[in-house]
Design a protein around this ligand. Structure first.
Ligand code: GTP
Ligand code: ZN
Length: 400
């Protein structure tokens, strides 16, 4: 017991003596370890129930599991330091020359990065590889050393400025990071074919707000003549009132493309949208250098023409100073880490109103609800309120 306490002190003392940069790395490694541990835990479904019954997931006595379940950041910091020790990273770091790079694409155990040595294959240092699914994403800013074979070894990950993610469609408790360190989440919708779907836009809008990046809406196929164009433009006006930047564009006749390019200049943007809205065509109109395969080019090449962008990819277009991340078309976009009680905070139109009678009002049918009053008076747009209810229906209850 005494020995253990001394070891703890040791870690704390050593931590204090690290450089600021090393401290940051240990802390972010600790946070990643804790997150990975939590995910594993939620993945184990009935783990908690088994624990309560005195058995762990695999049938072993629960007391052992409980002992292995540190949750204080201090414990995870100690674990991160032990990991760093086993890799000798704390001592060795200053001996190696590290370069800055950005992750362009991900594959098993590594991917391609762009850095001082151009675009090169990278591998992850083993403790990072362990965390790859959640730990390293497209757009990640990393520090790497060069290996003898000309590939890179990613040793450290910089603190992320934004994280755009969604739950895994099949296992909703698992977070799938789409891109990190982005300034804009650019959602592409189409005036028609597929039909304009504001309910889908509302979900991505919330996902973007959660990410820390700014939401931007690009309405493509403006060259089409469709009956309900007025209605679509009315929806766009509503989003404008909410402060969303909107670009009405056509990849076919290049309408609005120059303005969009100007807006994107120097910023990092991830492009998302359902399949068929013309995301690939729009990106090619922004820059032919991107040379992204569209449904048409895929069909000409003999493919089935659907869903071929499989992974997110980061493109840097030096001439135009554009940083663009292309993603696969989504069929659905659900939200994570948001409870029924929190959803209302993502609807800015509810903000300017007086308080409801009950502070925990969910604005459904409660007495003294000012949102319902505003809805009756026409001060809140019914379609958006409808969207609120639809999303509410999909969210888990608050934990309290
Ligand atoms: N009229 C019109 N059609 C367009 C426009 N942009 C794209 N399209 C057509 O829409 C279809 C889908 O275009 P893509 O660029 O492949 O769409 P995508 O969203 O990238 O689709 P996925 O790669 O499957 O996700 C193609 O037939 C395009 O020719 C546009 O501005 N106007
Ligand atoms: Zn209310």
């Amino acid at each position: 017991m005494a020995k253990k306490k001394k070891q703890k002190q040791n870690h704390a003392e050593r931590f204090e003596n690290l450089s600021e940069e090393q401290k940051m790395e240990i802390l972010s490694s600790a946070a990643r370890l804790r997150k990975a541990h939590k995910m594993k835990k939620s993945d184990r479904g009935d783990w908690k129930r088994n624990l309560e019954r005195g058995r762990d997931h695999s049938g072993k006595k629960a007391s052992r599991m409980a002992k292995q379940k540190p949750d204080a950041l201090e414990d995870w910091t100690r674990k991160a330091m032990e990991l760093a020790d086993s890799m000798n990273t704390l001592e060795k770091e200053s001996e190696r020359e590290l370069f800055e790079g950005v992750v362009k694409s991900i594959s098993r155990g590594g991917g391609i990065l762009r850095g001082a040595h151009g675009e090169i294959t990278f591998f992850l240092k083993s403790e990072l590889a362990m965390l790859q699914k959640t730990g390293v994403s497209v757009g990640e800013e990393v520090y790497y050393s060069m290996k003898d074979d000309g590939s890179a070894l990613v040793e450290r990950i910089a603190k992320r400025k934004s994280i755009f993610s969604r739950p895994d469609p099949l296992r909703p408790k698992i977070e799938r990071v789409i891109a990190v360190n982005i300034d804009y989440v650019c959602m592409v919708s189409s005036l028609d074919s597929p039909v304009f779907n504001p309910f889908f836009i509302d979900r991505v809008l919330i996902g973007a707000r959660q990410s820390g990046a700014e939401f931007v809406l690009c309405l493509n196929k403006m060259d089409l003549e469709v009956e309900d164009k007025e209605q679509v433009l009315k929806e766009l006006d509503y989003y404008r009132q909410l402060g969303v930047s909107i670009f009405e564009v056509s990849a076919h006749d290049e309408q609005g493309i120059d303005d969009l390019k100007l807006f994107l200049k120097g910023k990092k943007s991830v492009f998302v949208g359902t399949s068929g809205v013309g995301k690939s065509s729009l990106l090619n109109a922004i820059s032919p250098d991107l040379d992204i395969k569209t449904q048409e080019t895929r069909e000409k090449a003999g493919g089935r023409g659907r869903h071929t962008t499989v992974m997110s990819t980061f493109h840097y277009l030096e001439d135009d100073d554009l940083y663009i991340i292309d993603t696969p078309g989504f069929r659905e976009f659900n939200l994570m880490e948001i409870s029924k009680d929190e959803l209302k905070f993502y609807f800015p139109e509810f903000d300017g109103l007086e308080s409801c009678k009950f502070s925990n009002c969910q604005h459904i049918h409660e007495v003294g609800c000012v949102v319902l009053d505003a809805l009756d008076n026409g001060d809140i747009y019914e379609r958006r309120y409808d969207s609120y209810l639809r999303i509410l229906d999909t969210l888990p209850k608050s934990e309290t």
